[in-house]
Design a protein around this ligand. Structure first.
Ligand SMILES: Cc1ncc(COP(=O)(O)O)c(C=O)c1O
Length: 471
């Protein structure tokens, strides 16, 4: 038995670390080992519990209500506010949209108005639930444009979306104006605070100047906020809050149309592990309001030091001053972010490349954690080295033949043969029809993807994942 766990740990050693503050996407690290331990033990204690039935597992119901109450306090929820713990940001977003759609059964071809910077989870929701996304360009400051948003609302609109903040650029949309425009038309307004919802309220208390975005803003009908991001909880929890029970009601699904138990669900899952909920509850109880205030102070000081340090670095700049803990960097063209990303990985730092989009070049995404703050000088030194190396190496070369091949591909008809041809040209193909290994260097792959239009990127990456997921 102990051999199994040893094998597990050996495999895990190849993953990016989830503690230590050197992984600047996907994981959020408080740096507090004791809090992590309590969270892990709570997950383990509830791994077999089933959140399907609160009458059988009343402790899960109690923990859920306590977490929702904490979040409601943080987000200026009125007396009427209600909420549900979900499995993550995407599920909260899916449910916000499903609820908005089902509140209007009379609208045959529903639409939602999204800033172009809204998280891809909204596109997934549109795809799953048959709601047409109406995309609105953001302004030069990367914030959603309230006038353009208002103009895009029509009789078919069931939801208007704003971000607090947006993932790619880290800025908070002008929620007051956007929610007012939605309310004027009687349309719901969802604020996606999945990544910022547990940071921004503390940032405001610490005196940071931020546009308002919580339930204090009239017209905001729902907010999503993830516990597994800046509440520093183990993975698998987010909260979707609605201003009133009536707004939440279409979220519930019940079916008595079979001979078994009447299925009654508030989320997309039916059977669901109690582990993540218990883990989140334990972490939130351990840290409490003061704990989060301290962690927010720490991480924001880290962001300030990072932004000041970047200003001293040649060849890199911050795309837009960050409103919270997310920073996007761009180069001056003398090097490419993909080579920088790989060099950072070799130096032990995980940073996330973002491909060119909407007339803007590729960027580097950094999600800072409280645990990163103390290491900002080391991070900056590594970044300087990575940039120098990338300048010396020159921009990552994409073989012109491969580039032409990619440009000629039609995403609507990408066949297995096309994809095999591309993998072979990129030197990634193993045995025909078999799986492929993860590439050593990502820069050539990212540079290739960067040449492709979004629809082709989607098709290529889907084919790539399909090849990776072979037993
Ligand atoms: C603003 C925003 N919304 C939604 C999501 C989706 O969350 P998840 O990855 O937990 O499904 C994210 C993830 O980073 C996010 O930043």
């Amino acid at each position: 038995m102990s051999d199994v766990l040893a094998r597990l740990r050996a495999m895990q050693a190849g993953d990016v670390p989830v503690t230590g503050g050197r992984t600047l996407a996907y994981v959020y690290d408080s740096g507090l080992a004791e809090v992590d331990r309590v969270g892990r033990e709570a997950v383990a204690a509830y791994a077999g519990s089933n959140g399907l039935d609160p009458t059988a597992f009343p402790s899960l119901l109690r923990m859920e209500n306590e977490l929702v109450a904490f979040a409601a306090g943080l987000l200026d929820g009125p007396e009427t506010v209600v909420g549900t713990v979900t499995s993550g940001g995407t599920e909260s977003v899916l449910l916000a949209m499903q609820t908005a759609r089902d509140a209007h059964p009379g609208i045959e071809r529903p639409r939602m108005v999204l800033p172009s910077t809204a998280h891809a989870a909204f596109h997934k929701a549109a795809h799953y639930f048959g709601v047409e996304p109406v995309l609105v360009d953001v302004g030069p400051d990367f914030r959603a444009d309230p006038a353009a948003t208002a103009a895009a609302i029509d009789d078919r609109t069931v939801l208007v979306v704003a971000s607090a903040p947006s993932y790619a650029h880290g800025v908070v949309d002008l929620v007051t104006e956007i929610a007012a425009a939605a309310a004027e038309r009687g349309v719901r307004c969802h604020v996606d605070a999945c990544i910022g919802g547990w940071v921004l309220p503390y940032a405001a208390r610490l005196g940071r100047d931020l546009p308002p975005w919580t339930f204090a803003v009239e017209g905001v009908t729902s907010i999503s906020v993830d516990l597994h991001k800046y509440a520093y909880a183990p993975k698998g929890t987010s909260i979707l809050l609605h201003r009133t029970p009536a707004l939440r009601r279409p979220q519930y699904f019940a079916s008595a149309a079979w001979p078994g138990y009447t299925m009654l669900n508030s989320t997309m899952q039916s059977t669901k592990s109690g582990g993540p909920l218990a883990g989140a509850w334990a972490v939130v109880q351990s840290l409490g309001d003061e704990g989060y205030l301290d962690l927010t102070r720490t991480v924001l000081e880290g962001v300030d030091r990072l932004v000041a340090g970047i200003a001293e670095l040649p060849r890199l700049r911050v795309v837009v001053p960050p409103d919270s803990t997310l920073v996007a960097l761009e180069t001056d063209g003398s090097c490419d972010v993909f080579t920088v990303t790989d060099a950072m990985a070799r130096a032990g730092w995980y940073v996330q490349p973002q491909l060119s989009f909407g007339g803007h070049g590729p960027t580097l995404h950094l999600s800072l954690s409280a645990a990163t703050a103390a290491h900002v000088p080391e991070f900056l030194a590594a970044l300087r080295g990575a940039v120098d190396g990338a300048v010396a190496a020159g921009p990552v070369a994409v073989d012109p033949g491969v580039a032409d091949f990619v440009r000629a591909l039609d995403p609507a008809t990408l066949s297995d043969d096309d994809f095999d041809g591309l993998l072979a040209a990129a030197g990634l193909l193993g045995d025909p029809g078999a799986g492929i290994a993860l590439p050593e260097a990502m820069a050539p792959v990212n540079a290739l993807l960067d040449l492709a239009a979004p629809a082709l990127r989607e098709a290529l990456l889907t084919a790539f994942l399909d090849r990776l997921q072979r037993p």
